[in-house]
Every structure is written in structure tokens, then in C-alpha cells.
Design a binder for this molecule. Structure first.
Ligand code: UDX
Length: 440
């Protein structure tokens, strides 16, 4: 089937390539010419494992093209809207201007019976409005949120945990147009659906809520364990053992209970804030006041890490050389948006430290965002003469560092483990002081 993908960022580029790999003829549209040029050449505009291979494979077969001109959507029957919804400047809510611009650009190109599939994360109520705007063109909207994780985006797109279709409904039942649209979308996803991926067919409101509810739950789980880390710090407990012990309870589960510097990235922080803003507009802000706490627990971990560094430095950070291992918000990504590691690095520098940051993939992006910090690609160069080393992002190369080897080049053997991934016994045996968040 010929399909179009509007917006070729993390979500859209991966979605376009993945759909082409299922055998569809895909055209990806983005306003950013440099992004389109890279994608046309089979280059991923950001670091995402598996994406370059998928782009080359799909591009070589001729089933995947990219352009900046929306006219190229002609002939496509299904149009995926994958543009970003960043946080509005100075406000909690989401900026819907890219979604609105995509729909406005699509409308004159649509044929009756076309299906527009919303994948962007939006405030609940947006789909209902967009469906009305699309109705005169004879197109049907399906709300089909995406749950991909950066670093696993290809796998998550081709083998999702579940599909959610939000269909237009009347009196609680999908309309005829909604049912027809569903069949077309089933055809697009034929292969993963045939693999028994669960499918939840619902209304627009639920489909939009599923996405923000899932991200809010994940953020809450992380902040819960980080709140327990605060308790562990006050009592001498060990949050990693606590997480293991409660995680054995199948009702709780161990995943997303890793205490440390907390969550960052382009999704969880902005999604919980936009959700709170929307709840306020809907008059149910009380239902989500706990998310304010989730957000502030998350921010407090960064502050606590700066305090820990100050403590280790004997009360003042001024003139201290601190190496931060990791700039990205998580491993296997070059994304530095709202990165806890980088935000801590920045605070350390603002408190007078000389901060050197290293990262396997994120240095270029970090340098653009925080030019005040120093950057070195090689880990041994980065830690040379450091008074303190702080692990901010748990890349596997940092988990596997040899404390003996590192100890030979640093000025002070102080390790601050911001992700609770190092073995304290091993580091202490090599003569380091080991400090972590939520561990004695
Ligand atoms: C998230 C959701 O997981 C995904 O389903 C959604 O579609 C987009 O947002 P992503 O932003 O790629 O994905 O990252 P995720 O793997 O969820 O991690 C988010 C942040 O939480 C990272 O900064 C990570 O380091 C942190 N985290 C995660 C923890 O601090 N502790 C944990 O136990 C897990």
C-alpha cells in the first residue's frame, strides 16, 4: 500500500522505515531539508541502533522516499502524523502547532476514504477536533499512539507490546467510517498483527489518554523508587536491594525501579507536565496533583547529586575538576533533551567546578546545548587529573570501566555513581570512595 508519514523525527523516520520494511510504498515528508537529505542518502539524522540498516535496505528497494513537498502524499491512502509536540516555552502545556500545520497541509491533498492516523502525543481532546477538521475532505481519523523507546525504536515499532486504535464512535460504537478505516490500518500493520500483537480498539479519548497514562505511570514508578532512595539516605538503607526485594513481587515488577538521577528525555518530563496542564483545563487538576510531586522528586535527585559532589569535594566545588561520564538522557541514544547527566554537569560548573563531559554519542548535541562545559571523547582523557568522577548515564562502556586503570590517571579516587550500576565493593577494593544516590 502507498502510505505517507508526516514528520521524520525519531518517531516518523523510524515509522517510515519500519513500514517500508513491511513491504509498503512509503513517502516521508519533513519541513527540515537537511533531515530529508540525510534520510534520502540512507543516513539516520540521529543515533538509533538498527535504523541506518533499515533505511538502506528499504531505500535500496525503492519503497522508501523522502521529500519536503507535501504534494508527494498524492496516491497514499493512509497518512501517519508523526510530528513533535514539544513543551510550550514558559508553560506546562504542549505546542500543537506542528500537528495543526500538518493537518492543514494534508487536507487539500486528501481523497474521500483516506485514513489519517495520529501518532503524535497530544492533549486529550485534540483528536476529536482534528477529526472534525478532516471530515469535509471525507477522511477518517484514527488515533494510534506510539510507545517506542529511544534506543529500541526499531524493535518497538516492528514488535510493539500492543496496538491501540482510537476510532470515531457514535453512542459508544465505532462508526461505519471508523470500521472501514480500521480495516485499512490493519492492512498496513498486517505482519505484526498476524504475530498476535494485542490490539485495543477504543474511542478517541481513551486512545489519547493511554499514551499519557502509560508515560505518567512510568515516571511515577521511577519517582517512587527515587523517593525511597531519599528514605534510604536518611536511614542507611540500600535502594538497589530494596528495589530487588519489592520487584520480586510480580504485581510490582523490577523494571523501571532503577533509582538514580531520574528521568529525562523528550517524552516523560514534557508529557507529565502537558497532562497536568490538560487536567487543569478539564477541571480535574486534583486528579493529577501527584504528578507535580513526581516531577519535583525527579528534580531533587539532580540537586542531591550536586550536594553529594560538594560533600566529596570537602564543602566547595570551586576549582575542582569533575568528569561527568555521559551526556545523553539515557544510553544508546544521542538525545540530550532534559538529560539529568547534563543538567548536573551544568550545575556543577555553575557552582565553580571545571567540568569535563564525555559520551559515546552525545558530545556534538551536548556541545551545542551547553557550550560552557568541556568535552572529550576518550574516557581516559576525560578522567585524567579529575578530582571526582560522576557516572551520569549508564552506557555499557561506563559500567565496565576498570577501577584500577582509571585510578592511575585521576587526581582523586572519588566515584559518584548517579545510576547505581557500579559494584561498590570492586571500586572500594581499588581504593576509591564510592558514593551513590540511595545507597550507604
Ligand atoms: C519513554 C517511554 O518509555 C516510551 O514508551 C514512550 O513512547 C516515550 O517515552 P524514552 O523517553 O525513550 O521512552 O525513555 P525510557 O526508556 O522510558 O527512559 C526515560 C528516562 O527514565 C531515562 O532518562 C532513563 O534513564 C530514566 N529511567 C528509566 C530511570 O531513571 N530509571 C528506570 O528504572 C528507568
Amino acid at each position: 500500500m502507498r502510505i505517507s508519514v508526516i514528520g521524520c523525527g525519531y518517531l516518523g523516520a523510524v515509522h517510515a522505515a519500519a513500514m517500508a520494511s513491511l513491504g509498503h510504498e512509503v513517502v516521508g515528508i519533513d519541513v527540515d531539508e537537511s533531515k530529508v537529505e540525510a534520510l534520502r542518502a540512507g543516513r539516520a539524522p540521529f543515533f538509533e541502533p538498527g535504523l541506518p540498516e533499515l533505511l538502506l535496505e528499504a531505500g535500496a528497494g525503492g519503497g522508501l522516499t523522502f521529500g519536503t513537498d507535501i504534494a508527494a502524499v498524492a496516491g497514499a491512502r493512509v497518512h501517519f502524523v508523526c510530528v513533535g509536540t514539544p513543551q510550550l516555552k514558559g508553560e506546562l502545556g504542549a505546542d500543537l502547532s506542528y500537528v495543526d500545520a500538518s493537518i492543514a497541509a494534508l487536507i487539500p491533498r486528501l481523497q474521500p476514504g483516506d485514513v489519517v492516523v495520529g501518532k503524535s502525543t497530544v492533549p486529550v481532546g485534540t483528536a476529536e477536533r482534528l477529526a472534525e477538521e478532516l471530515a469535509p475532505a471525507g477522511a477518517t481519523l484514527i488515533w494510534n499512539p506510539e510507545f517506542l523507546r529511544e534506543g529500541f525504536a526499531v524493535e518497538d515499532t516492528l514488535h510493539p507490546d500492543r496496538f491501540v486504535y482510537g476510532l470515531p464512535t457514535q453512542d459508544g460504537v465505532a462508526t461505519e467510517a471508523g470500521e472501514a478505516a480500521k480495516l485499512l490500518l490493519d492492512e498496513v500493520y498486517a505482519t505484526p498483527l498476524a504475530d498476535d500483537t494485542p490490539l485495543v480498539v477504543t474511542d478517541y479519548a481513551t486512545a489519547q489518554l493511554v499514551k499519557v497514562a502509560a508515560n505518567s505511570f512510568l515516571a511515577t514508578k521511577i519517582s517512587f523508587i527515587n523517593a525511597m532512595a531519599e528514605l534510604c539516605e536518611a536511614t542507611g538503607g540500600d535502594v538497589t536491594q530494596l528495589a530487588d526485594a519489592i520487584g520480586y513481587d510480580a504485581r510490582i515488577g523490577r523494571r523501571f525501579l532503577n533509582a538514580g538521577l531520574g528521568f529525562g528525555g523528550g517524552c516523560l518530563p514534557k508529557d507529565i507536565r502537558a497532562f497536568m496542564a490538560r487536567a487543569g483545563e478539564l477541571g480535574v487538576d486534583q486528579a493529577l496533583t501527584f504528578l507535580r510531586e513526581v516531577d519535583s522528586i525527579n528534580g531533587r535527585r539532580r540537586e542531591r547529586m550536586v550536594e553529594l559532589a560538594r560533600e566529596v569535594c570537602g564543602g566547595s566545588l570551586v576549582g575542582k575538576r569533575i568528569t561527568v561520564l555521559g551526556a545523553t538522557f539515557k544510553p544508546n541514544s544521542d538525545d540530550i533533551r532534559d538529560s539529568p547527566a547534563l543538567s548536573v554537569a551544568d550545575s556543577l560548573e555553575k557552582n565553580g567546578a571545571h567540568v569535563v563531559v564525555t559520551d559515546p554519542q552525545g558530545i556534538e548535541n551536548a556541545r551545542r546545548a551547553r557550550p560552557n562545559l568541556h568535552y572529550t571523547a576518550d574516557v581516559l582523557d576525560a578522567v585524567r587529573d579529575a578530582d571526582v568522577v560522576l557516572l551520569g548515564t549508564e552506557w555499557s562502556e561506563y559500567r565496565d570501566l576498570d577501577p584500577q586503570k582509571l585510578g592511575e590517571v585521576v587526581a582523586g579516587k572519588h566515584m559518584l555513581d548517579g545510576r547505581n550500576v557500579l559494584d561498590p565493593t570492586q571500586w572500594r577494593a581499588a581504593g576509591w570512595t564510592y558514593r551513590a544516590l540511595g545507597r550507604p
